[in-house]
Structures are given as C-alpha cells and as structure tokens.
Design a protein around this ligand. Structure first.
Ligand SMILES: Cc1cc2nc3c(=O)[nH]c(=O)nc-3n(C[C@H](O)[C@H](O)[C@H](O)COP(=O)(O)O)c2cc1C
Length: 210
C-alpha cells in the first residue's frame, strides 16, 4: 500500500512550504489528507494568491476526482472526519506551517478543530507528528509548548533553512526545509540538500562551517 500522510496548514507565514510539500508528496505517490484552518486559508490567499483551497494548484497537477494519488481535503470544523479517528491508519502527520496558536492547542491536547484533533490522535497512536513552527522571536510560552509536544513524541521542525549549501533562490531555501520534513516522514526524495552533494561546497567554498 502507498503511504498516507495527513497535512495540516495553519495560519503562520510560509504557505510556500505547504505547497512544495504537497507537490512532493503527490510526486512520491503519497495519499495526502489535507486540513486547512481559516487563517491557513487566508495565508494561502495572501502568500500564494490562491482562491479558496485549490487542491490542483497546491499539488501542481490534477488531484481531485478520481486522480491517483488523491489529495483529500477535510473540513477543518468536522471533528468527525476520518483523520480524527485512531482507527484511520496513516504514516504520519505534518502541520506546515504551524502557528503558535496551533502549537499551543497540540501542546495542551485541546481538540477544538479537526487539525488539533488529528494531531492529538497522531500522538496518542504514537505515530510521527511533525510541527513546522514559524514565528520569531519565540516567547517562553512557545518554548514551553515546544517542550511539551516534544515530550509527547512530536518533532518540532522549525522553518529554519540553512545557508551552508549556498542557496541561490527562494526555491532552494524552501527545499532545504521541506527535505527535512520528508526525511522525518520517511518519504524518499532526490532534493539536493545534503551536505557534500554540491560540488562547490565539497571543494570548500562554503567557508568550512556546517
Ligand atoms: C498575514 C498573517 C501572518 C501571520 N503569521 C504568523 C506566523 O508566522 N506565526 C504565527 O504563529 N502566527 C501568525 N499569524 C497569526 C495566526 O494566524 C493567528 O494566531 C491565528 O489564530 C492562527 O490560527 P490557526 O492556528 O487556527 O491557523 C499570522 C496572521 C496573519 C493574518
């Protein structure tokens, strides 16, 4: 059976990370279950110019109807959707980008919407939960919430691209972050984002820090 991943998009800056991740999941034949908060929808509009949650635009190809692999959107209000149940088997959930608000909800186990509930269920079933938090600077509240979710088994994977591979475009910065998330989810990819893969870095032009 192909992999099945749940993707949450909350109202933090960085919609481009979500779009790139969904595209790579679809390219890797992953069945992708999507839940977008109202502020997540606003960020898709403000940062990507998207009207509503346009699954085909997110995936970069036709994914609605009977297309395979499918991208299935669930209503953020519907805490009775399939992904709210532990009996719905999946290979991990990622919230990308993850707002401090949603981080707090996950940290406290509050399930006021489907994204929170699906994350809570992912933790209780001891499945992989990756939170791509985006906010700066961090308050002590954020830091304590990160500690709480980490102790509960989640992986906080902040949207912090590295610069040691000498990126030349925003796309490369985005790929740096998204590649780490795919690694966490066990989804293979061929993004050239590993130390030693770029010949100019290998030959020492990066200044020797990594
Ligand atoms: C344009 C815009 C950008 C925002 N960026 C962030 C951000 O980067 N990080 C964050 O934690 N909140 C950010 N917020 C605030 C959240 O959207 C807000 O806390 C909201 O309640 C989050 O709801 P959600 O977690 O249900 O998506 C932003 C809001 C707007 C309108």
């Amino acid at each position: 059976m192909n992999k099945r991943i749940v993707v949450g998009i909350s109202g933090a800056s960085g919609a481009v990370y979500a779009r790139r991740l969904v595209r790579l999941l679809v390219a890797a034949d992953v069945e992708t279950h999507l839940v977008v908060s109202p502020l997540g929808q606003r960020l898709l509009h403000d940062e990507l110019g998207m009207e509503g949650v346009d699954l085909n635009a997110l995936a970069g190809r036709q994914v609605d109807g009977s297309a395979t692999p499918a991208v299935i959107q669930h209503n953020w209000r519907d805490v009775g959707a399939a992904i709210a149940s532990g009996s719905f088997l999946h290979d991990g959930m990622v919230i990308i980008p993850c707002s401090s608000n949603t981080l707090a909800a996950v940290a406290t186990g509050s399930s006021q919407n489907l994204m929170h509930r699906a994350a809570h269920v992912t933790l209780k079933e001891r499945r992989k939960l990756v939170l791509v938090h985006r906010e700066t600077p961090l308050s002590l509240v954020d830091i304590r919430n990160m500690q709480a979710v980490t102790e509960a088994g989640a992986v906080v994977c902040p949207a912090n691209p590295g610069f040691y591979l000498l990126p030349e475009s925003i796309d490369e910065l985005v790929d740096f972050v998204v590649a780490r998330i795919l690694d966490q989810l066990g989804v293979s990819h061929d993004l050239a984002v590993r130390w030693g893969e770029k010949s100019d870095v290998r030959s020492g032009q990066a200044g020797g820090t990594q």
